[in-house]
Design a protein around this ligand. Structure first.
Ligand code: IMP
Length: 204
């Protein structure tokens, strides 16, 4: 008799795109649920100063409060010439420090600020880094995905989101925003980290 096994796992996010992207990488053996589907409406804490810290803080919160196996992610763009900025502050870069662009849509402001801070800089090396933190049966695990690349002189492309228009991954002609979305989703930092998570879960 054929025997099928499904494991329910919470992804501590309300972002339907992330759920779909990571769900596809995990495959049919896993029943992936977002926070809202589980009736969890809390604003999860995310105030640590590293990607690892933030991801684990969110996964721990759900596990400790709701006794549910859970994973969470955090992503940052790390620019070498800016000593790793915006890093853990990638989501709200344009709202903090100097210069700030409170009147602009946040992603457009983030990109504008990055390009201003990098004006005249020759070294444009950068990476996207995603950390996924998993808490399962009370134990903690971390998985990392990185994509190395360069920050372009100006934005190009309309696909994707966030810093995609100014990030050109190594080995490709164009920016993430000039790439077909399904292609980006195969090679992205999030996909690399999610594949490591999937590998771990499948071997459990
Ligand atoms: P989050 O941890 O996934 O919310 O990502 C934090 C911030 O990093 C986002 O608000 C975006 O600005 C940026 N970011 C994360 N992933 C990507 C990506 O794949 N492309 C471009 N920007 C990203």
């Amino acid at each position: 008799m054929a025997f099928s096994f499904f494991m329910e796992l919470i992804f501590a996010t309300n972002n339907p795109h992330k759920l779909k992207e990571v769900g596809a990488l995990l495959g049919a053996s896993f029943q992936l649920c977002g926070l809202r589907e589980k009736g969890i409406t809390d604003r999860l804490p995310e105030d640590r100063d590293t990607l690892e810290g933030n991801a684990m803080q969110k996964a721990r919160y759900v596990y400790d409060r709701y006794a549910l196996d859970c994973f969470a992610d955090d992503t940052g763009l790390e620019v070498d010439a800016l000593n790793g900025e915006p890093g853990v502050f990638s989501a709200r870069y344009s709202r903090m420090g100097d210069p700030v662009f409170p009147e602009m849509e946040v992603s457009a402001g983030n990109v504008k600020k990055l390009l201003i801070k990098m004006e005249g800089m020759q070294n444009r090396k950068a990476r996207f880094r995603t950390v996924i933190a998993l808490v399962i049966n009370g134990t903690e695990h971390l998985f990392e995905g990185r994509v190395e690349g360069n920050i372009t002189q100006e934005p190009a492309g309309t696909s994707g989101f966030g810093y995609d228009p100014v990030f050109r991954p190594d080995g490709y002609e164009g920016t993430f925003a000039q790439m077909d979305l399904s292609m980006k989703n195969q090679i992205s930092h999030r996909a690399i980290a999610a594949r490591k998570l999937a590998e771990f879960l499948k071997n459990m």
